[in-house]
Design a binder for this molecule. Structure first.
Ligand SMILES: Cc1ncc(COP(=O)(O)O)c(C=O)c1O
Length: 369
């Protein structure tokens, strides 16, 4: 049963106030958080005192347990630094890698904050377009000039939903070592791999040499649908980099919210069964979206291997603004342009079955030739 989210201050649902536009855009699911998370929050609330809160070692330990169980990656909990969100952590990271004026390489189309973080820090963002869902290795090599210092990786990739294979990641690792780059690996979608044959491989797990030059950013926000709690984790195996990261907050970055920390720990410690059930639901939704989209003349999408997002190619229709076309038909999708994806829209299928059915009905009607 769909939960009514109107009038809850939801970013997703307040986008078109007073209009009949069904929101299927921003990466936020219409799904309640796991009971283990809600129970932990209630228990903490009942204590009654909500004072300044430090990140306890149990935060890094819960994440280490999760990464070991779900991804076979053993980390030292001491490598983990908490952050009030992944985007903040990416901006903070951008300030300590390379130097002002140096190049950060970004595979596009991509989640828009990747295109901003290097420039916010006075670095250049060098866009390397993907070839469909694949890495264009020649273009990447050409982009890695003498000023290249950082590779910004989104793994799995948003918006294409690609899960990079071990071969691809190893080829990227060789590229990184050959050019002496450091890496920011955003693994926000690590837990939402839908394709049974695909496995998420943490980039830093490839070798100690790669771990030493990689900053991995993760969060419970996508997996457990708690982005409103603003809590993320930054995994920095190298002690000098970790110390530099800590100093780069410039006095602007707050501590994570008490409830974000409580929720993250509960989710990583006890959220496995909830996630497994969610993945089955998302797989069914993904397949339904794929069938409908590819049945509409002039629309095309690839089956996303991960995420709850489908990247829809509308270029054959020649619409000047595809998101506006769908919006007029009562469906709110993400505009591809901020991702560097002109002619594309992104549809979020993280919702109950009946919401999805209505969304797909609107999509078909809005795109009717
Ligand atoms: C690749 C990627 N990184 C980071 C984020 C943002 O995460 P947070 O809300 O925890 O900052 C998102 C949200 O959609 C994302 O897709």
């Amino acid at each position: 049963m769909a939960i009514d989210r109107r009038n809850t201050g939801s970013e997703k649902w307040e986008r078109w106030p007073g209009r009949d536009v069904l929101p299927m855009w921003v990466a936020d699911m219409d799904v309640a958080a796991p009971a283990c998370v809600l129970d932990a929050l209630r228990a903490r609330l009942d204590h009654g005192i909500l004072g300044y809160t430090r990140t306890m070692p149990s935060f890094g330990e819960a994440l280490a347990g999760w990464l070991r169980r779900r991804h076979g990656w053993s980390i030292d909990p001491g490598w983990v630094v908490s952050a009030p969100g992944m985007v903040v952590a990416m901006d903070q990271t951008a300030r300590i890698l390379g130097e002002p004026g140096s190049d950060g390489l970004v595979l596009t189309p991509i989640y828009p904050p990747f295109l901003r973080a290097p420039t916010h820090a006075g670095r250049r963002c060098v866009r390397v377009p993907l070839a469909g869902p694949e890495i264009d290795w020649d273009a990447l090599e050409r982009a890695a000039g003498p000023a290249a210092k950082v590779l910004w990786l989104c793994s799995p990739h948003n918006p294409t939903g690609r899960v990079w294979t071990r071969d691809e990641l190893e080829r990227l690792a060789a590229f990184v070592l050959r050019h002496g780059l450091q890496v920011v690996s955003d693994e926000a979608w690590m837990d939402l791999v839908l394709e049974p044959d695909c496995r998420h491989i943490p980039f830093a797990s490839l070798s100690p040499e790669i771990a030493a030059r990689t900053i991995t950013v993760v969060a419970p926000s996508k997996t457990f649908n708690i982005p409103g709690l603003s809590c993320a984790a930054v995994i920095i195996p190298d002690a000098a980099l970790r110390s530099a990261y800590g100093k780069a907050d410039l006095g602007l970055v707050p501590w994570p919210n008490l409830f974000g920390l409580i929720a993250a720990e509960a989710a990583w410690a006890r959220g496995d069964a909830w996630l497994d059930a969610l993945l089955s639901r998302l797989r069914a939704n993904r397949d339904a979206v794929h069938a409908v989209v590819n049945g509409v003349p002039g629309l095309a999408s690839r089956l996303p291997q991960a995420t709850y997002l489908t990247w829809i190619d509308c270029t054959a229709r020649g619409w000047p603004d595809p998101a506006a076309t769908f919006e007029r038909g009562g469906l709110g999708l993400s505009d591809g342009r901020p991702f560097d994806g002109e002619g594309f829209v992104r549809l979020n299928y993280g919702c109950p079955e009946e919401t999805l059915a209505e969304g797909l009905r609107r999509l078909t009607t809005a795109a009717a030739p």
